[in-house]
Design a protein around this ligand. Structure first.
Ligand code: UN1
Length: 493
């Protein structure tokens, strides 16, 4: 397999091991790229930028349109690749590919809408406007749990904005990245000579490759998805060189179930939000506040749903919950459950389930009834644990809701207009995503995706997220015969 001009064989002795969480077994070994190859890729992307920025936006959009066609043709294969490498259910694997197709479609339309404002000026005979220009090389760092959609949120926008992309996927999911690149290359062939070499490259490797990308002054924008820990390393490094950064980091997403909620709907939304993707979405619902008047109705029903959910091999059968990514994820879950027990938490579920070889880590999703918000409840454990807490006062629960580091996603379940509006208001949820009567996960691509506080503040995907991939210029044009200065300043020579 070729990428950035370097052979990446699928069976290299002593190479980087790729393990499928479905069985815990090695499915490929790859030759990793090194720092010199990373630098060469960045230089190549820089060359590509000089050419690609001159290709008209709508023509750049045509490449993304062709890519969307190729993705449609490869949807089943790519979806299965996601299931093999990230352990997602078939439906969720396909859903991730659909998310790529959706953002491509969005980006194609956007390629004709990269517009700026015309602004009133204080000087007669002048015109002021803003223009948006391609930014430069975009480095994309992605996490294992969404091995391809976040790359596409970034690359589809970057490409129509006139920027080449370099992708460093998670070391846990490089095969999906190589497969996406191969699909992209089909679109490139159909597109023809307007596309320069090095427009999209994949770098397989570990922290040294990531570091070379992040610290390179030739990479204009780093868009990184991953843990808050990772963001604390990447953010300052990019800032130190005045690079631009989009950080999409951890969340500690909560739902609030109010007295007037449609409990049946809430139950289904919470089940998907908390157990979907085995709790390994950055948008996974991790905390649930239930009003005391409906607690004894909702929580037993939720426990029942948890006990009945099917956990199993995502490549066979109809299991809704697949494996954790690896042993470390399992250890993290065990540690968090141990800790909450000491804090008075009552744990339901959470046991390891034997599916196939011992090297795979499947678990029953866990519900933990907590007396208060403390200990592990305050942090993100990337596993299917839902901490449930009882509340009585709406204003107090809003405070608790926001009293965590993460600020990605949130939900309220209510049919009370006042509660809903307060939740969405300036004193309501402090998250980048605030939903009503749907869960915290499963966002559409049309809205800007990302969150506040320890989630990093970046926005990707829809709305006006495209602006981060371009540079803005303010232009003032004097078409008069005078030279009036702004602010009434005179400077007569
Ligand atoms: C992630 O977990 O990093 O909103 C992304 C969602 C998906 C994206 C999740 N559309 O759950």
């Amino acid at each position: 397999m070729k990428n950035c001009g370097v052979e990446t064989a699928l069976a290299v002795e002593g190479g980087m091991k790729v393990v499928s969480p479905v069985t815990g077994e090695v499915v490929a070994t790859l030759k990793a790229h090194d720092v010199a190859e990373t630098e060469a890729a960045i230089a190549k992307a820089g060359e590509a930028f000089r050419k690609w920025r001159m290709v008209p936006g709508p023509r750049r959009g045509e490449l993304v349109r062709l890519f969307a066609e190729e993705l449609r043709n490869s949807k089943d294969d790519l979806g299965r690749m996601v299931s093999i490498e990230a352990g997602k259910s078939p439906s969720e694997g396909l859903g991730e590919v659909q998310e790529m197709i959706d953002i491509c479609d969005f980006a194609v339309g956007l390629s004709r809408q990269l517009y700026g404002l015309t602004i009133a000026t204080e000087r007669p005979g002048h015109r002021m406007m803003e223009t948006w220009h391609p930014l430069g090389v975009v480095g994309i760092v992605t996490a294992f749990n969404f091995p391809c959609a976040p790359w596409c949120w970034n690359s589809a926008l970057a490409l129509v904005c006139g920027d080449p992309v370099i992708w460093k996927p998670s070391e846990k999911t490089p095969l999906t990245a190589l497969a996406c690149q191969a699909v992209f290359e089909r679109a490139l062939v159909r597109f023809g000579a307007d596309a320069p070499d090095g427009l999209s490259q994949v770098l397989i490797g570990g922290p040294d490759v990531g570091d070379a990308l992040v610290t390179s002054e030739k990479v204009a924008l780093i868009s990184a998805t991953g843990s808050t820990r990772m963001g604390r390393i990447v953010g300052p490094k990019v800032a130190a060189r005045f690079g631009k950064c989009i950080l999409e980091l951890g969340g500690n997403n909560a739902g609030i179930v109010c007295p007037s909620a449609d409990l049946d709907m809430a139950l289904r939304a919470i089940a998907f939000g908390a157990m979907g993707t085995a709790g390994q979405r950055c948008t996974t619902m991790r905390r649930l506040f239930v009003h005391e008047s409906v607690y004894d109705q909702l929580v037993p029903a939720l426990k029942k749903a948890y006990a009945s959910v099917t956990v199993g091999n995502p490549l066979e059968g109809q299991a809704l919950v697949g494996p954790l990514i690896d042993e470390a994820a399992y250890d993290g879950m065990v540690a968090a459950l141990g800790e909450v027990k000491d804090l008075g938490g009552v744990v339901h579920g959470g046991e390891r389930v034997s599916v196939g070889p011992d090297t795979a880590y499947y678990v029953k999703p866990a519900i933990v009834e907590m007396p208060s918000q403390q200990g592990p409840v305050l942090r993100e454990t990337f596993a299917p644990i839902l901490y449930v807490m009882k509340y009585s006062d709406f204003d107090a629960v809003l405070e608790l809701h926001n009293d965590v580091g993460g600020g990605l996603s949130s939900s309220i379940f209510t049919t009370d207009l006042r509660e809903m509006e307060v939740f969405l208001s300036a004193r309501g949820s402090d998250c980048g995503i605030a939903n009503v009567n749907i869960g915290t996960s499963g966002a559409e691509i049309g809205g800007a995706f990302g969150g506040e506080k320890e989630t990093g503040g970046g926005r990707e995907s829809g709305s006006d997220a495209w602006r981060a991939y371009m540079r803005r210029a303010t232009n003032t044009i004097n078409y008069s015969k005078d030279l009036p200065l702004a602010q009434g300043v005179s400077f007569d020579i």
